[in-house]
Design a protein around this ligand. Sequence first.
Ligand code: C2E
Ligand code: MG
Ligand code: MG
Length: 597
Amino acid sequence: MCTPLNLPKEQSLPQQAMQVVPFQRSAAAMALVSAQLAPAEAVFCHANEAIIITDADNCVVDVNPAFCELTGLTLEAVRGKTPEAFSVLPLDDDRTTRLMRDEIQLRDRSKSQVSYRSHDGKFYPGMMSIHRVRNELGRVDHHVIVLSDLSTIPSHARHLNREVYFDALTGLPNLQLLTQLIQESIQHAETKQLPLAICALDIDYFQAINERLGPHIGDILLSTFAQRISHLLFGDDVLARVGGDEFVLLLHHGVDEGFFEKLLVSIRQPLVIDGQSIHLTASLGVTHYPSDHVQGDVLLRHANQAMYRAKQRGRNTYHFFDPTQDRLLQVRHEQRQRFMDALDHGELRLFYQPQVNMRSGKVVGVEALIRWQHPDEGLLSPGQFLSIIDATPLEVDLGEWVIKQALQQLVEWQTIGITLPVNVNISPAHLLVKDFSQRLAELLAGYPRVAPEMLKLEVLESAAMHDVEAALKNMARCQALGVGFAIDDFGTGFSSLTHLRQLPVNLIKIDQSFVRDMLSDQDDMAIVESVIYMANRFKRSMLAEGVETLDHAKALMELGCELAQGYGIARPMPAEELPAWLVQWPERSDWRLLTAL
Ligand code: C2E
Ligand code: MG
Ligand code: MG
């Protein structure tokens, strides 16, 4: 435990109140003193903050050089006086402050905002920490008071406009001052290579508490709460109030999980106000500079983002902002914005790939496949951009755009005498949207010349498995409209036989990965055989995807699969190329041979 410091006599300065009195000593004397002083005394001597030692009755026993510099007062001028007597004043004296003081009375450590009179005779804002030191019998022996100058941050102009920079209720810096302080802290952290943490703190369910207790007690609660948090801070840490029950901590000392655990524990201790015990919890969001290397306002936003995550995680907890994760999310966000623009500005288009009956040679339909005609990157295939909109509402926007576009294309082809059903790919999430069939009906109603039977929806096998009931319901409703279904990429999604029996599908598409290797890989051949066998048993049509060669085609026909789609027949093409392809397809002698098999 510390005892009051009895500094060497030469440290006392002549009385020169209200003047700048630098604490002057010769370098030699300084060196001598430094060498002789105990570590605690050295701290007292060299601290940047003003330190006042008072006795049990709070009368000054000693002050340090920083105090003399800050206030222009000498030890002689203040010895035996209480800090209030030489103009270190608490900020307010209303009931709130009194209640807060009562709480302080119970504590051995306290921290509060004060005004102090500086050497120029003017009042400046300061932060006063009081540490009450007790003797072995538990009686107060003396006080160590540390007075930090808030006026120098960031400029001397601040004190002139208290209401602009400080919150009236708690006396804490407000958002305006905090913004400046963050800026300075960043500079400080940069030049001194020191850590900086910004913690957004929001009291949980404060609105409900405020409504229950009334705004007056609510205000006292906020002030007392602020006081309690202030006590947990070190040196030049800052607590600011930036909104109703929103606070921000600016922490200049390396803080870890342990610090925030302790903060939460302290917040959870009941506050006694007007005899009522009130329990609060808070959610904390923390970001660290320089690992989160951004501007001050962005730092604050990141701390808030993390705080909202803490709320989502159930409140009464803390969450650390993750800059790497955030950058990824940012990139995703930008990509999505770009995709939305593409959708709005007509950069997306459908290509069409023919589907044929290999035995008859007849073209049975086309599959619509999305492409992005990117102005800088050229023609992009879905594998290059569909993941951008994964699990976002954009899946539905794109799905609806594709359906509309396909219906429009059907109309255009019909006018030139081409009547081919179009298969459209629907994302799993889109299929499971509650009003999917209703929206489809509305879209179909917009194209009365198109028979619903001309549209078939391709859904991935896995889509139906996600929520079988919802999928079945929506599929049945669409079928009632006349729209058919195909299961896409069959064999990749672990469908059980039960589901296959239940699913109201008109077509099973054997995944191209099995077709591609069926001639060289026994296992893939076995899968293709099994799928064809199953489809036959369940009396479903089947189509092989990825048919690239005549050999594949022949093998598939021998196994009983006659419908096919693949590069060997045609690559996906723009709509305007289809009429010419349809004309030349019957002339393809290689494929005509198959019809004789
Ligand atoms: P998918 O529905 O299974 O479509 C078949 C894919 O295989 C297409 O790729 C097609 O170009 C490609 N393909 C066709 N024949 C062959 C072949 O002989 N060999 C090889 N190697 N590939 C062949 P694409 O156009 O890149 O589309 C990939 C996937 O993207 C589609 O697979 C589908 O799942 C999805 N997709 C395409 N368009 C849309 C769309 O409009 N909406 C949604 N939600 N998904 C789409
Ligand atoms: Mg498909
Ligand atoms: Mg497929």
